[in-house]
Design a binder for this molecule. Structure first.
Ligand code: GLN
Length: 498
């Protein structure tokens, strides 16, 4: 029974709980057992909150006996990226500089999860301050892809994606600044969404690049991801960029799964050189399939997307250099060299030297340079202009089609260590995902089969205009249903190597 519970989707668990076929306590214990069994190999979690999770589960069971059900996710376990503040648990952001920090408050999304009755299992591994595409930049060790333990799980939300792919949790949350939800979802064979910027609250999410950071859901199915999307999203007065509008009807769209008459644009600029043949083959088949379901498919060019990566690597480091200035050895976590012989500035410098890893330092230096007087216009200013051109490309495209599609990533999961010393090669992992972050619109990655070369998962990316997140789920659910018939459901089969 216990392993059956971990194989169930969140929607199935929700139904079993409401019928009384199982209890939140049983479901939680089954997932804690799975974590105990496999996380030594996967290392998805930085912190497992077993006692708190079981306490929470018992409370949900008590409530249900009395007839109170908080939401469809009441009693369903979830893993939380270690970038969300959580009371009663550490929050490290994968960094030494926050080692031992226990936040005094919950992120708005943490609060919403708790209120919904979802059971928080613990905190998941991530690239330090969400900077990376492989989770190798964590100060607390690498996470392994459950499909092949020698491969990266993607990043920066690699721990969350791996936890869901390894059946340690049916659901997880992450953040997407340049692709950190969709890219790990793609390479771990699960579903992941970057909601519209401002559609999900950043309050209590440790900031990386504030004009880009977007929290979002992971699940093994499109419907599960939509259920979580609905619970975690919506207006938050604590976040000044939060959109004051109803959450798009994502669950209804996932259930409808109907693309007939929908206009789908294939982005011609997101393919070609540098893309793995097996990725392009699965993508082309997915597009054909959508066409056979009644969608009208056309090709669309977004000529400025080729500048998205360089623009991102000026804007994101610039914002990070400002955001990470708060780690000054005075307010949080680590303080190094405070032995009475050094002044405050020396302690600050030593703490930042010891507390930050190489990639974080690289970006702080780059961002500080790009923002300095004399260079601001040439670098940061130019990058912002490019951002506007990318937004215009999207506007023109969405004048012709309802959604855009592309592969989620140029390649499948690469080997651990392969790109660790080559930042440029690492940055290429987000080639397809960054345009939607710069424009602030919505995008999803849904599995579309396995590449022939290596048998590893391939993701189909669907992009929609801001606040049209429901379209993502409509297309992704249609693709998922059709692909299940063709290849089986790769994610619901046993992940290899576990
Ligand atoms: N890989 C990208 C980066 O390192 C994206 C990270 C993210 O989305 N958090 O910046």
């Amino acid at each position: 029974m216990s392993s059956e519970l971990t194989r169930m989707t969140a929607a199935e668990l929700s139904e079993a709980l409401s019928k009384g076929d199982t209890t939140a306590t049983e479901v939680t214990q089954a997932h804690l057992d799975q974590i105990a069994a496999v996380d030594g190999k996967v290392h998805a979690f930085l912190h497992v909150a077993a006692d708190q999770a079981l306490d929470q589960a018992r409370q949900i069971d008590e409530e249900r006996k009395k007839g109170t059900v908080r939401s469809p996710l009441a009693g369903v376990p979830i893993a939380v990226k270690d970038v969300f503040t959580t009371t009663g648990m550490p929050t490290t952001c994968g960094s030494r500089i926050l080692e031992g920090w226990h936040p005094p408050y919950d992120a708005t999304i943490t609060t919403r999860l708790k209120r919904s009755g979802a059971i928080i299992l613990g905190k998941t591994n991530m690239d330090e301050f969400a900077m990376g595409s492989s989770t190798e930049n964590s100060a607390y060790g690498v996470t392994h892809n459950p499909w092949d333990l020698d491969k990266i799980p993607g990043g920066s939300s690699g721990g969350s994606a791996a936890a869901v792919a390894a059946y340690e949790a049916p659901l997880a949350i992450g953040t997407d600044t340049g692709g950190s939800i969709r890219q790990p979802a793609a390479v771990c064979g699960i579903v992941g969404t970057k909601p519209t910027y401002g559609g999900s609250s950043r309050y209590g999410v440790v900031a990386f690049a504030s004009s880009l950071d977007t929290p979002g859901p992971f699940g093994r199915t499109v419907l599960d991801t939509a259920l979580l999307h609905e619970v975690m999203s919506g207006h938050d007065p604590m976040d000044s960029t939060s959109i004051d509008a109803p959450v798009p009807p994502v669950v209804a769209a996932a259930r409808e799964a109907d693309v007939s008459g929908m206009r789908i644009g294939v982005v011609t600029d997101l393919s070609g050189e540098g893309y793995q043949p097996g990725v392009l083959a699965r993508f082309a088949e997915a597009v054909e399939l959508l066409e056979s379901l009644g969608a009208k498919v056309t090709e669309v060019s977004c000529p400025h997307f080729r500048y998205a990566l360089p623009a991102y690597y000026l804007i994101a480091p610039s914002e990070c250099s400002s955001n990470l200035a708060r780690f000054d050895a005075m307010r949080y976590g680590l303080r190094a060299g405070d032995d009475g012989t050094r002044d405050a500035e020396e302690v600050m410098a030593l703490t930042r030297e010891q507390g930050f890893g190489a990639e974080v330092k690289r970006r702080i230096i780059l961002g500080t340079y790009a923002l300095s007087s004399g260079y601001y216009d040439a670098y940061y200013g130019k990058a912002q202009q490019v951002r506007t051109l990318i937004i215009r490309d999207f506007d023109a495209a969405f004048g012709q089609v309802d959604v855009l599609v592309s592969p989620s990533t140029p390649t499948t999961a690469f080997r651990i260590g392969e790109r660790a010393d080559d930042p440029m090669a690492m940055y290429l992992a987000d080639l397809c995902t960054i345009p939607s972050d710069l424009a602030g619109n919505a995008a999803i990655s849904v599995p579309c089969g396995l590449a022939d070369e290596d048998g590893l998962p391939v993701g189909l990316q669907v992009m929609a205009p801001a606040m049209a997140d429901d379209r993502l789920y409509r297309v992704a659910a249609a693709a998922e249903a059709a692909l299940t018939g063709r290849w089986g459901h790769p994610l619901l089969e046993d992940a290899k190597g576990l």
